[in-house]
Design a protein around this ligand. Structure first.
Ligand code: SAM
Length: 345
């Protein structure tokens, strides 16, 4: 009850329902853009509640579509809502909503994957990183094909404090395919533990808030949807460049069912693979027989620190890519075979 009262901060004038807006502007969902709309305002209100108190907040809503979630954000008392929508068909319906909430809503036609969010909000709302989060929120119900690359991009920006993180520890409330939401929040040792779990959890507090059944969307997707909330940590659990951490985590998880040693070996050129892998594991004090899913964030921190030291001591190591080495070896082999064939002719 208290939460409902908190949401009712701003009353929109009577408007056509979202279903009517869809009809009015002929907004048939585009399969190619994976458009699935939420028409139930109780659900959009519930998503918005996960973001926290939006009173007087600045909000960027990604992919507003016909505007159901946007209405809930406005009702929650946000002072400034910037909506970024890729599909121009939704703009007239969003304009109608913007007229109903004068001075509170800005509409940008664009792709959120390239949109410069750092230019979207006034500098005075910024907080220092260690301070409380700014009154700026990112909220969105995006297609799954966009939300996963987007969260990876935002995690990198979080680690570099760029993009919307120039304003401080901006909080995110986003939807994902249920399995991805579970991976994002999976703890050490769990079946769903993956690259995404480590990359998200070393930088943020991640909460899998609730699941929305697929049948709540129009049209119905084949999967259920998880709402996930991210709060960037004042002190990231690993203090190394994002790309370096990503390299360690990606290599570790590439042989998911094997001992972690197997994936970590591939960080090093074949000529020194055994020696450097042993040094890495010894100096990080990590058990080489752990499975990737069993490695904790503090063990990843130790691995990242040890790997960074090895890169400082071994010029060019940071740029080593085992796929390149394999490719060159195959090319050389093919060349040798061709030469042999040539000699036989
Ligand atoms: N927010 C609405 C809702 O909950 O009913 C619509 C959700 S629908 C799953 C996703 C929306 O994101 C669509 O309106 C689609 O056009 C938009 N969209 C897809 N890719 C986008 C992108 N790269 N940048 C901005 N908007 C995008």
């Amino acid at each position: 009850m208290a939460a409902t009262q908190k949401l009712a901060c701003f009353r929109l004038p009577p408007l056509p329902t979202i279903k009517e807006i869809i009809k009015l502007y002929n907004l048939r969902a585009e399969k190619q853009l994976s458009q699935n709309f939420l028409l139930d305002m109780r659900l959009t209100d519930k998503i918005v509640r996960q973001a926290g108190n939006l009173k007087d907040a600045h909000v960027c809503e990604v992919g507003p579509g016909p505007g159901g979630l946007t209405r809930s954000i406005l009702k929650a008392g946000a002072a400034d809502v910037l909506v970024v929508e890729k599909d121009t068909r939704f703009i007239p319906g969003l304009q109608l909503l913007s007229e109903a909430a004068p001075g509170k809503m800005r509409i940008a036609h664009g792709d959120i994957l390239t949109y410069r969010l750092e230019r979207g909000f006034p500098a005075h709302i910024a907080q220092t990183w260690e301070d409380v989060p700014p009154n700026l929120h990112i909220i969105g119900n995006l297609p799954f094909s966009v939300s996963t690359p987007l969260i990876i991009k935002w995690l990198e920006q979080m680690s570099n404090r760029t993009g919307c993180f120039m304003f401080g520890r901006t909080r995110l409330t986003l939807t994902f395919q249920k399995e991805v939401a579970e991976r994002l929040t999976a703890s050490t040792g769990s079946r769903q533990r993956s690259r995404l779990s480590v990359m998200a959890q070393y930088l943020c507090t991640v909460k899998n808030c609730f699941t929305i059944p697929g049948c709540a969307f129009v049209p119905k997707p084949n999967v259920d949807v998880g709402v996930v909330h991210f709060t960037p940590l004042a002190q990231p659990q690993i203090q190394q460049p994002f790309k370096l951490v990503e390299r360690i985590v990606k290599n570790t998880f590439q042989f998911r069912r094997k001992h972690c040693r197997r994936g970590l070996e591939m960080l090093f050129p074949e000529s020194r693979r055994q020696e450097l892998t042993e040094e890495l594991l010894r100096s990080a004090d990590v058990d080489p027989t752990l499975r990737p899913t069993e490695i904790s964030i503090s063990e990843f921190r130790a691995l990242a620190n040890a790997y960074s030291k090895l890169c400082e001591e071994n010029q060019g190591l940071i740029d080593y890519d085992f796929r390149e080495e394999l490719k060159l070896r195959h090319q050389a082999k093919r060349q040798l075979e061709n030469n042999r064939k040539g000699l036989n002719l």
